[in-house]
Ligand binder design. Structure first.
Ligand SMILES: [Zn+2]
Length: 128
């Protein structure tokens, strides 16, 4: 029951991930399920991840979906991304605004918008 509520609470974010996942499949990408999460890689997911940040990123979590650069990138990033899955389960539809806010606050304070974001620090196992 608790897990069903967590899936529902993260649902709007998962829906966005599924839409991007469908676009990934339509552009030659692949899908797989690992640890109860739907992962998409290749196709549009790879293009998006290469263009989201200047340095590129390996993977991105949206609710109970993960977009990855490749299958190998997903294997490498899976533990980190599953911390974000649990964050989505806690924050639900408020996760993305809260994540954006934390990046803004970090940047404003002269720190790194990505790496010093509270949610990333937790996912990387830093002391928060
Ligand atoms: Zn992360």
């Amino acid at each position: 029951m608790k897990q069903a509520l967590a899936v529902l609470w993260a649902g709007p974010n998962s829906l966005l991930g599924l839409l991007l996942g469908l676009a990934t499949l339509a552009t030659g990408g692949r899908a797989q399920v690992r640890r109860g999460v739907v992962e998409f890689y290749g196709g549009m997911a790879s293009w998006l991840l290469r263009h989201l940040a200047p340095e590129g990123i390996l993977a991105m979590t949206l609710g109970h979906t993960i977009l990855g650069l490749s299958s190998a990138a997903l294997d490498y990033a899976r533990d980190h991304e599953h911390v974000h899955v649990r964050q989505y389960q806690r924050w639900g539809p408020f996760f993305l605004p809260a994540y954006g806010w934390c990046s803004l606050v970090a940047w404003w304070a002269g720190r790194r918008a990505y790496r010093d974001n509270y949610f990333e620090r937790e996912a990387y196992g830093d002391e928060c």
